[in-house]
Write a protein that binds this ligand. Structure first.
Ligand code: SF4
Ligand code: SF4
Length: 121
């Protein structure tokens, strides 16, 4: 009886779409709500540093003088505190997975000068 069932399952699987994906050629779509990683729309960033102050992991560094915003993705615990605290709503959680890395790195973004009226809004 068991071998009949096994044979049926084997035959059935020949005509079904495989459960596996041809990774890395095919990628699984990110499930809804996946936090992924932080991205900064630097065109709206005013370098206020609030995100770095609220980050519990010390993953963010804001340098007003050098006009840079940086994140250490290896420290980030994806809590989204910085996203909630940013007064300019320029931070968001990108649901896509970050590429695999063999060495630690930091993402450094240069922040352009904001027009006066945009920075004040
Ligand atoms: S809180 Fe927002 S506006 Fe302020 S430095 Fe961070 S990303 Fe820029
Ligand atoms: S998501 Fe949390 S841990 Fe990651 S940078 Fe933002 S505040 Fe820091």
């Amino acid at each position: 009886m068991g071998s009949f069932r096994l044979g049926g399952m084997t035959l059935g699987s020949l005509f079904k779409k495989p459960e596996t994906l041809l990774y890395p050629l095919e990628e699984k779509p990110a499930p809804a709500g996946l936090k992924g990683h932080i991205v900064n729309d630097v065109d709206r960033c005013i370098l206020c540093g609030i995100c770095a102050r609220v980050c519990p992991a010390g993953a963010l560094a804001v340098d007003k003088k050098a006009r840079t915003w940086a994140i250490d993705p290896f420290r980030c615990v994806q809590c989204a505190s910085c996203v909630a605290a940013c007064p300019k709503d320029c931070l968001s959680m990108d649901p896509s997975a970050t590429p695999v890395a063999a060495k630690r790195f930091e993402v450094v973004r240069e922040v352009p000068e904001q027009p006066k009226e945009a920075a004040a809004a």
